[in-house]
Each structure stands twice: as C-alpha cells, then as structure tokens.
Design a protein around this ligand. Structure first.
Ligand code: FEO
Length: 171
C-alpha cells in the first residue's frame, strides 16, 4: 500500500513524464517542418518512450492500491531557435527528470517503502542512459556548428541512433 506522500509524489512524476512526451512531440513537429526528417523521427520515438515511462508509473500506482491521476499538462514550447538549442533543451530537461527521480527515491526511503524503492531503480538506470544519449548527441551537434553539410549528415546519422533501451518497460 502506498502512503499518501508516496502516492502524491508518484502522481507528480506521472505528470512530468506525460509533459516530457508532449515536449518531445513538439520538438518532433518543429524538426519535421524544418525538413529534418531524421531528427523528427528520433523525437517521435523519444515522445513514445516518455509515454511508456508515464504508463509504467501509472500502472504501478494502481497496482499498489493508489489512484493514478490524469491531470492537465503544461503546454510545451513550440519554437526552439536552432537545432543546438533544441538538443540543449532536451539535455537540460533530462537532467531535471533525473533530479525528480532522485527525489522520488529519497521519499521512498523516508517512507520505508522498499517495494517502490525497488521499482524506481529501473528509472534510475534509465536516466543514466537518457542523460548519456542526450550528451552524446549534443557533443556531435556542437562539433557540427553551423555547417549545413554536417547537419545534413547528422540528420541521416540520427536515424540509426538507437533510442530503444535494452530494458524497455513492459507495460
Ligand atoms: Fe522519462 Fe526522458 O525521462
């Protein structure tokens, strides 16, 4: 059984994951209308992955006798300035998500909720992967700079970039 505090914190994370999905969907659309097909495909997949992160938490809350809540979501930005700016935003957003997961782990320990603590380890591992991936992409983008030819190749390259985690959640 989830404590009230734990349940509220998990519901807060459900909202964050749902908002992440919306943010990445907005990025997919922005890249698509700029003709960056590879980047947009990548962002559509990222958006789907965030929805899975949300659903995995959602089902856990209900399984543990809580009530997973669907709430309103903040509207994402629709303009990202440049591709560098967009991936910077993505990287910083993942750092924010990691911080939020760490806070959840902290609450689970405070509440002596070892089942939730154990469940959250999947997210801890996933965030390591997400941060590393975002950083790798950002480094590549920074190398390219304003070079149009480089950006064209990058857009092709990113199609091969595996965003599917080896430990994808079973929802
Ligand atoms: Fe669900 Fe990208 O964090």
């Amino acid at each position: 059984m989830l404590s009230e505090k734990m349940q509220n914190a998990l519901n807060k994370q459900i909202r964050i994951e749902a908002e992440s999905s919306q943010i990445y969907l907005a990025m997919a659309s922005w890249a698509e209308q700029k003709g960056l097909e590879g980047v947009s495909q990548f962002m559509y997949k990222q958006s789907d992955e965030e929805r899975m992160h949300m659903l995995k938490l959602f089902k856990f809350v209900n399984e543990r006798g809580g009530y997973a809540k669907v709430t309103e979501l903040s509207a994402p930005a629709l303009e990202f300035g440049s591709i560098t700016e967009m991936f910077n935003t993505l990287y910083n957003h993942e750092l924010f998500v990691s911080q939020s997961i760490n806070e959840l782990v902290h609450i689970a320990l405070e509440e002596r909720d070892y089942a939730t603590h154990n469940f959250l380890q999947w997210y801890v591992a996933e965030q390591i992967e997400e941060e590393a991936q975002a950083k790798t992409i950002l480094d590549k983008i920074n190398l390219i700079g304003d070079d149009k030819g480089g950006l064209y190749l990058f857009d092709n390259d990113i199609k091969q970039f595996s965003v599917v985690s080896s430990i994808m959640p079973q929802v």
